[in-house]
Design a protein around this ligand. Sequence first.
Ligand SMILES: [Zn+2]
Length: 102
Amino acid sequence: MTGLINLMEETVLNKIDQLWAGTDYCKCDSCKMDVAAYALNRLPPQYVQSLKGKVLYQFASSQTQRDIEVTVAVSNGIEIVGKSPHKNTHFVSEDGGNLTAG
Ligand SMILES: [Zn+2]
């Protein structure tokens, strides 16, 4: 995995900052990571290997459809985490995830 980065992470974090500005929810790092985890679990990863890939992705990410997908996922995450801050396990199992198994 050396050299690979998931550009969706950066996209989601930027979107959180944008959408959070209009809310009164807790904005601590813990909540931010909870929102990011929620959104990233629902969005396709965008792994790239090079700076060239990153530039191309940033161009593609400006497309409306992808922006809508990210906005929806982040908005849902902000709502769920914002209404129950610092209880970051309840939504993981909601979709039948096995993150706690083993
Ligand atoms: Zn918080």
